[in-house]
Design a protein around this ligand. Structure first.
Ligand code: NAD
Length: 431
């Protein structure tokens, strides 16, 4: 299938000075899309699920709705660019759980590996490209979306080339190495009338969506403090993640971005001040070019604050806690692909008992959810929930955190009024 461009110029909206106009326009857009969705039911791009009688007592959790996938030839076709760990271990297998998406092309510098992978996933050998023949994707009608899964410094070039080839773009995080590159990418997609989404998989994941709902419903009162950590112990000093030219930075843009993005989507707000502190162990060959550890602080207009830490030299620790006057809600782990756990603690009403309980949600494949969301955006010509502007805002904040760390001072940012200003309508529940 093939799709057309965004129905609303988000960049035009976002460039409007003063967030009120922006927020108002996006709120209307959100309502319009929600209305379109609430008339849901079977449609050519959303078939009805098969229904079977219920077996369990009402005291048991209902099983999730049957999947209602589109037939393979009706699904949105993806070209996967870069056959590294993420593509081979997560993204390609995730297509097995997609309802609207299928892999139809591969781009790799290693022809033998690409041929092997194409065979495994039933991809036409004629739809395997190298970086040199990438632009021929333009003639491949089976490709609607190009998913960029390359080292960060290459996101800009391949996003622009994909847009020029007439394809929509799903780009891995961090969106690029600099905010200037992000702007170029947004502009190129706009010019080509193609959609651009940044692959923030957790914004599509059920635990994180429940966390967002809980925070916005003020179930623990207004958010006062968020504490977030994303750390892992990085090995091989020769990997691209430790080369500044390829990675842009160290722990902060690679994994600290999860803390930053979570603080933004949990509050829905944009920081008005950031403070950063970076450290690299002297003489450690891994951290000659990039930061090992970055601690950072974000202050939001409502008074909420986020205290975050990210490191490439601590054993895996990936979690956050949101604290309010009436309770706390946490996820530990919060950021891995599997096994996410959510707990909420509050005092029971009219009782001295403190209730700390787990909110159990069915595990879903993050990449399948993210890709199916974007496929639906293409099928229905809707804006993505995490468009290029969302990636650009993270990159601007990362730059401000680095400036603060370098200059040893807080960096103030222009207030952005409204909630979720850089995001499109939320993903449809259960999609
Ligand atoms: P990787 O090193 O495993 O794969 C990178 C691929 O790019 C390899 O196939 C490699 O051959 C290719 N490549 C092409 N030119 C290259 C060059 N000059 N140097 C190095 N590799 C080159 O990396 P990955 O873990 O798959 O990460 C790819 C992207 O995905 C990154 O932007 C990363 O931040 C992102 N990522 C996102 C998540 C997530 O959860 N969303 C998780 C991991 C990685």
């Amino acid at each position: 299938m093939s799709g057309s461009g965004d129905m609303v110029s988000r960049r035009g909206l976002l460039r409007t000075a003063g967030g009120v106009a922006v927020a108002g326009a996006l709120a209307k857009l959100t309502v319009a899309c929600a209305r379109a969705e609430s008339g849901a039911g079977a449609s050519p791009d959303s078939p009805a699920p098969v229904k079977l009688p219920r077996l369990m007592a009402p005291t048991e959790r209902e099983s999730e709705l049957m999947p209602a996938p589109l037939a393979p030839d009706k699904r949105v076709g993806y070209a996967i660019v870069g056959l590294g760990r993420l593509s081979l271990e997560e993204i390609l297998p995730a297509f097995g759980q997609c309802k609207y998406s299928r892999p139809t092309a591969l781009v790799s510098g290693d022809a033998q590996k690409a041929a092997q992978v194409a065979g495994q996933y039933g991809i036409d050998p004629k739809s395997v490209y190298s970086y040199e023949t990438f632009d021929r994707l333009k003639d491949n009608k089976a490709v609607d979306i190009v998913y960029i899964v390359l080292p960060n410094s290459m996101h800009r070039e391949y996003t622009i080339r994909a847009a020029q080839a007439g394809k929509h773009v799903l780009c891995e995080k961090p969106m690029a190495n600099t905010s200037a590159e992000c702007v170029e990418m947004i502009d190129a997609c706009k010019k080509a009338n193609r959609k651009l989404m940044v692959a923030y998989r957790l914004q599509y994941e059920p635990h994180h969506r429940e966390m967002i709902r809980l925070c916005r419903a003020k179930e623990i009162g207004p958010i006062k403090t968020i504490m977030a950590v994303n750390a892992q112990h990085q090995g091989d000093p020769n990997q691209w993640r430790l080369k500044k030219a390829l990675a842009g930075g160290g722990a902060l843009p690679d994994i600290g971005i999860y803390c930053l993005n979570a603080a933004r989507y949990l509050t829905g707000e944009e920081p008005i001040e950031v403070l950063g502190s970076a450290y690299s162990t002297p003489d450690d060959p891994r951290f000659r070019e990039v930061d090992e550890t970055v601690d950072f602080f974000l202050r939001f207009p409502s008074g909420a604050r986020a205290v975050c830490s990210t490191s490439y030299s601590c054993h895996q620790s990936k979690r956050f806690r949101v604290m309010g006057p009436e309770g706390w809600a946490e996820m530990d782990p919060a950021f891995p692909y599997h096994g996410l756990r959510m707990r909420v603690s509050r005092k029971m009403k009219d009782s001295p008992i403190e209730d700390a309980s787990e909110r159990k949600l069915e595990e879903k494949n993050h990449f399948a959810l993210e890709m199916d969301h974007f496929s639906q955006c293409v099928l229905r010509d809707r804006p993505a929930h995490t468009p290029g502007e969302e990636g650009l805002q993270d990159m601007r904040l990362i730059e401000a955190i680095y400036t603060s760390a370098r200059e040893g001072r807080p960096v103030k940012l222009a207030p952005v009024e409204g909630l979720d200003v850089f995001r499109g309508p939320p993903p449809e529940p259960g999609s």
